[in-house]
Ligand binder design. Structure first.
Ligand code: ATP
Length: 322
């Protein structure tokens, strides 16, 4: 692995009888965008808070750029930008006042402050609401004020707890683009419930359930575990579908053929391969030999939500690396 910027070793957190985080270990290198996935209450936010130095661990250690979060909290906070869950505090401040305040707290020199705030405002596209009190902003803009605050000091490590929560589709797209653009120079951790976000921005994702890390892999590795991995959709006129289904079913490597409505008198055959085998080329050959009037031929990569459900409902069954 390239230079690890975050090193978590056997990290744990108890709240009384509740074990929120139960011995998580992982490393995040510069250039990585790591997704934290997991059901509600899995321990994602608690882990992020400990890495950001906002909660102290009950056991284990977390290091940011080589600094232990408990022993060197100031060094850690200098190097980290943290977007907590929900909205930033101080709702009666304007967005600009809040960012100036955060710049002061961060110890950014007065002469540099305007430029730093300006840059964060530009990156998060806040200019239109800069002089409005935060409490009057929409959820999406509040979220972006929080993100701007996390970027003010251009930190090497970013911990973003559901960064696109509450944003509209265009804003989600912008923020994902921003995360991708920053990724090469930083180590970034984001938590999300949106599985397409993993595909859109994460180079790697871990699944956390019941306070434990239960899977770790790249989006492609997760997709390869899906029952839809390498499945092929073939759309053709309904009149030819029974013949096509029977012929395709007897092809080597085909586990099953499912039928779906293809619209306008057509049927979509979803051809499921045995254990993710590649069947597209042979299937294309068969379609050509039979001269079926195919209107769509599409190879699936796999569905992350299938895999997420399998991992979080039957722990230990389908996972890239536990
Ligand atoms: P979500 O996806 O809903 O945000 P999460 O994975 O971020 O969930 P956490 O917020 O880390 O989960 O919570 C993990 C567990 O710890 C939950 O059972 C939660 O109720 C509990 N918990 C979190 N903070 C506290 C606290 N301050 N006091 C007591 N229990 C807490």
């Amino acid at each position: 692995m390239a230079e690890p910027m975050i090193e978590i070793d056997n990290l744990g957190k108890r709240f009384g009888a509740i074990v929120a985080v139960d011995g998580i270990s992982l490393k995040v290198a510069r250039g990585e965008v790591l997704g934290f996935l997991g059901p509600n209450g899995a321990g994602k936010s608690t882990t992020m808070k400990m890495v950001a130095g906002f909660l102290s661990p009950t056991s284990g250690t977390a290091r940011v750029c080589g600094f232990d979060v408990v022993e060197h909290p100031i060094e850690v906070k200098r190097r980290i930008g943290y977007l907590p869950e929900g909205a930033p505090a101080y709702p009666d401040m304007t967005a600009e006042g809040f960012l100036r305040f955060c710049a002061d707290v961060r110890g950014i020199a007065a002469g540099e402050r305007a430029a730093r705030v300006g840059r964060a405002v530009e990156l998060t596209q806040l200019a239109s609401v800069l002089y409005q009190p935060i409490e009057t902003l929409s959820k999406g803009f509040k979220r972006r004020v929080g993100l701007a605050q996390a970027l003010l000091h251009d930190p090497e490590v970013l911990i973003l707890d559901e960064p696109t929560d509450g944003l509209d589709p265009n804003q989600k797209h912008e923020v994902r683009g921003l995360i991708r653009a920053m990724a090469a120079e930083k180590a970034i951790v984001i938590s999300t419930h949106i599985l397409e976000e993993v595909d859109a921005v994460c180079s790697r994702a871990v699944v956390i359930a019941g306070g434990k890390l239960v899977a770790d892999g790249t989006p492609a590795e997760y997709e390869a575990l899906s029952r839809h991995h390498n499945a092929v959709s073939v759309t053709l006129p309904a009149a030819r579908s029974a013949e096509a289904r029977d012929a395709i079913k007897s092809m080597a490597g085909v586990a099953d053929v499912e039928l779906a409505d293809g619209g306008e008198g057509r049927v979509r055959l979803v051809v499921m391969p045995k254990r993710g085998q590649e069947i597209a080329q042979t299937l294309r050959g068969l379609c050509a030999d039979k001269d079926w009037p195919i209107s769509e031929f599409h190879v699936e990569r796999g569905k992350l939500d299938d895999v997420f459900r399998a991992i979080t409902t039957a722990k230990g069954k389908e996972q890239p690396h536990a």
